[in-house]
Structure formats: structure tokens, C-alpha cells
Ligand binder design. Structure first.
Ligand SMILES: [Zn+2]
Length: 318
């Protein structure tokens, strides 16, 4: 890729490129230390490279460090030749990739692939800077709900509150940016779709005075106190002039296709991670695969997900 010195532009390029350990090391080192390699512990720029072990020895704190320290790869025995193609696949597969598919593609166990995918989803998590303004479309949907297949006790524990039986409620906020009208979405799991839940969410993420478009759900009925509230009545008009309801509908349908088609069943406990994944791909949908991959890879630093934190006593999803 032009701006990144011959970085791969297709999956097959990526697999070939990252088959070389030195290419992997240089790629990740350049991304995380664009201004020169620094010790992740003491920030010292004085170090020597131990070529045989692909480690640096810091002259400041005298400790050794690898390119993985302080990234989502920290503590993983797997090589970057597996991590980077995995990152390519989840960044660029429109419907996501299941741990079973990834396990077969990389020759690792399903459990390892599942853990890798969740670590990469952490890198895909969108950093939220401030509130969104302008024209904002707010919508809600329900995900999951396989009550029929659940054990009786589990069903009793899951099915409570409002909303369709056993489904998780998700709020989505879609905002338009710039002249070209490129839109980005934020999505979040919420306990229910009552007014006292949705109202504060909108107020938390949207600037006061912004133009907020919602459907006719009663939970939104008091938004006009803080926003220019426009109600789109689905029964009358599906796509209202300036804000196209079908953009957020498109996001929901991509999300549901990934969750139902690829991941099959997602524990509510982990649902936010799948929202991060789909939101990231949606918000970068105008990028080429190569650029989207670089964007994902540039977000690996300062994030760590341990297996214990990930499972937190819950069962696995695919
Ligand atoms: Zn150091």
C-alpha cells in the first residue's frame, strides 16, 4: 500500500508478507513506535536489539521487552504470522469470522481462536471523543433471544423486564459528518428501552440542541426538552428527506447477519464486544481493506484482555 511502504492490500498479500518474522516485527514496531523504538516501561530510547530472540534490551531500566508488550498480543505464545492475518480477517470480513473458521484457517484450537478474536475486538473498540452533534438518528433494536433452547433455570434468570422475551436491547446513534454526508454509528447494550434508560443515553452522547430523529416510540417523547426532536413515523414514511432511516437499518441488519449467521449465539455478557466489531467495520466502510487493517493494527497498543477477565465466569460464545 502506497502510504505504508508496501504493506499488504489483500488477504493473500498479508499472508505472504507476514510469513516473514522480520517483516512482522518491523510492521508492528513501525506502527507502535512511529518516532523510534522506546522502552514500554521507562520510555527510554536507548536500547540494544537481541536479534536472535527478537527482543530489545533497555539501557535505562535494564529490562528486556518485545514488540508485543503493552498490546493486545502481550503474553500470547502465538507468532505475529498468525496474529496479523487473523486481524486482517476480522477487520475485513463483512459478516465477521467465527472462532471455528479462524481456528481452521490458522491451525489453532477453537478456544485459542475465540480468545484471539475477542482481543482483536478490543483493538476495534471505538474511542469516543466528546458528544455528537448535527443530525443524529437514534434507534433501538433487540438482539438474540433463543429462549426455546435455554435450560429452564437459565431462562428464568434471563427473561425478565420489558422487551421481547430474552432479548438484549441495543441503542444506536447515527450521525452525519462533513459535506459528503459520511455517517458513523455508536451502539451500546442497554438494560431495556424504557424512557428512563434511553433518555439519559441520548443526553450522554448527543450535544444539547442537536437535531435528533427517532421513531414514534414513547420512550423518546421527552427529548424535545433538550433537542430539536423529529419523529419519523415508519407507518407513514420510511425514508424522511434529510436523514435516511435506512442507514441505521442497514447497520442493524449487518449486525444481525453477523450475530445470527456467523456467531450463531452470543451471550448477552459479551454482546458489547460484537457491537464494537460491527461498529468499527461500519464506520470504516469507505476504507480499502488494506487501510482498514492498518487502522485496526494501529489500535492494539495500551489494550490488554486477559482470559480471566474475558470469561468472567460466563460460558463461551463462538
Ligand atoms: Zn526501560
Amino acid at each position: 500500500m502506497d502510504s505504508h511502504g508496501g504493506a499488504p492490500t489483500t488477504l493473500i498479500d498479508a499472508i505472504r508478507y507476514f510469513a516473514d518474522d522480520d517483516a512482522c516485527l518491523a510492521f508492528v514496531a513501525n506502527l507502535r513506535w512511529p518516532d523510534g523504538i522506546k522502552c514500554p516501561r521507562c520510555e527510554s530510547a536507548e536500547h540494544s536489539f537481541l536479534a536472535t530472540r527478537r527482543l530489545w534490551k533497555c539501557k535505562g531500566c535494564k529490562k528486556q521487552f518485545s514488540v508485543k508488550v503493552g498490546t493486545i498480543f502481550e503474553g500470547s505464545p502465538l507468532g505475529l504470522d498468525k496474529w496479523l492475518p487473523a486481524l486482517w480477517m476480522i477487520a475485513n470480513c463483512k459478516n465477521g469470522i467465527s472462532s471455528y473458521e479462524l481456528a481452521r484457517a490458522l491451525g489453532v484450537t477453537q478456544k485459542t481462536a475465540w480468545f484471539m478474536l475477542h482481543r482483536i475486538r478490543l483493538a476495534m473498540q471505538t474511542e469516543t471523543f466528546g458528544k455528537i452533534g448535527g443530525e443524529v438518528k437514534v434507534d433501538e433494536t433487540f438482539i438474540g433471544g433463543r429462549a426455546r433452547f435455554m435450560h429452564k433455570n437459565k431462562r428464568r434468570e434471563k427473561i425478565k423486564g420489558t422487551g421481547p422475551m430474552g432479548k438484549a436491547a441495543v441503542i444506536g446513534l447515527l450521525a452525519r459528518h462533513g459535506e459528503d454526508g459520511h455517517s458513523t454509528v455508536r451502539a451500546k447494550v442497554v438494560p431495556n428501552t424504557r424512557k428512563k434508560t434511553l433518555g439519559p443515553e441520548v443526553r450522554q452522547y448527543v450535544e444539547a440542541g442537536a437535531e435528533v430523529f427517532t421513531d414514534a416510540l414513547k420512550s423518546y417523547s421527552d427529548l424535545s426538552a433538550d433537542f430539536v426532536h423529529q419523529v419519523i413515523d415508519h407507518a407513514e414514511c420510511y425514508a424522511e428527506g434529510r436523514i435516511h432511516t435506512n442507514e441505521i437499518e442497514n447497520f442493524w441488519s449487518l449486525l444481525k447477519r453477523a450475530i445470527k449467521g456467523t456467531y450463531v449465539s452470543v451471550e448477552p455478557f459479551h454482546l458489547f464486544r460484537y457491537l464494537d466489531e460491527q461498529t468499527f467495520r461500519f464506520n470504516t466502510r469507505k476504507m480499502s481493506d488494506g487501510v482498514r487493517f492498518i487502522r485496526t493494527a494501529s489500535q492494539i497498543v495500551g489494550k490488554r484482555l486477559t482470559y480471566a477477565a474475558l470469561i468472567g465466569g460466563e460460558c463461551q460464545t463462538v
